[in-house]
Design a protein around this ligand. Structure first.
Ligand SMILES: [Mn+2]
Length: 244
């Protein structure tokens, strides 16, 4: 009988907003993250939303890798700005949890895959800032929010992958079409991050931490493509491979 090591990868599982479960709050997460990690040969572990706290630290210590999923907006206080009128919903407790997890993972060299909100958390955790609303703050930008009625896998725009990056090693350096469901994006890039892909309007669509085994953020949603798209699945496969 052979056994294969299945790395445990934590997936942040945030609280539902009050309108969804006002009298009995739940933690919820999209099944597509779990499915992509299982296909990659990992053991996903859904992490309840805890602030930066001893229980969070105890769970973190048991993880081989960390996946930061999509979600609402990071409080601009974390990058020294006041709230723009187009900034969306903020969850202070989630910010605290994810900023702590991200800094621990980068410090420890623990593999990290940051998706959509995750790439924004990664940038803010390391000292960068965000456009609080692309349409309001980046004249001439493409439409990066989800078109009404479009499925989660709808390919919305192209991204150019930067040569000689870890992302290019995984995906190849040819341009690719991605789904897009974000109204915020990286403004000032944090120290220690390198741009790995950008859209034709100059919006940063992927970053990586140079010198880490796997610390990649993408602004699109590969989990919604990976079931039918081997290239998108490779992001999860490479992430899993780096978790030892
Ligand atoms: Mn986009």
């Amino acid at each position: 009988m052979t056994s294969k090591y299945l790395p445990t990868i934590g997936v942040v599982c945030p609280s539902t907003d009050a309108s969804q479960a006002a009298d009995s709050p739940h933690y919820t997460q999209k099944q597509a993250y779990v499915a992509a990690l299982v296909r990659a040969g990992a053991a996903p572990l859904l992490l309840p939303q805890l602030a930066d706290s001893p229980p969070l630290r105890a769970i973190y210590a048991r993880l081989d890798g960390l996946l930061l999923p999509g979600g609402g907006d990071v409080d601009p206080v974390h990058y020294g700005e006041s709230i723009h009128e187009k900034c969306g919903s903020i969850d202070t407790e989630r910010d605290g949890m994810e900023l702590a997890l991200t800094r621990w993972a980068i410090e420890d060299g623990k593999p990290l895959f940051a998706i959509c909100r995750g790439i924004q958390v990664l940038n803010v955790a390391l000292g960068g800032s965000l456009y609080q609303d692309i349409q309001a703050q980046v004249p001439g930008a493409l439409e990066h929010t989800r078109a009404p009625g479009a499925p989660p896998s709808h390919l919305a725009h192209a991204v150019a992958v930067i040569e000689d990056t870890q992302l290019a090693e995984i995906l190849g350096a040819d341009p690719l079409q991605v789904n897009s469901r974000h109204h915020q994006a990286i403004k000032n890039l944090a120290p220690g991050l390198a741009v790995a892909a950008e859209a034709t309007d100059g919006i940063i669509e992927a970053v990586e931490v140079t010198g880490q085994p796997y610390a990649i953020g993408v602004q699109w949603h590969p989990e919604d493509l990976a079931g039918n798209d081997a290239q998108a699945q490779r992001l999860f496969d490479a992430f899993r491979q780096s978790c030892r």
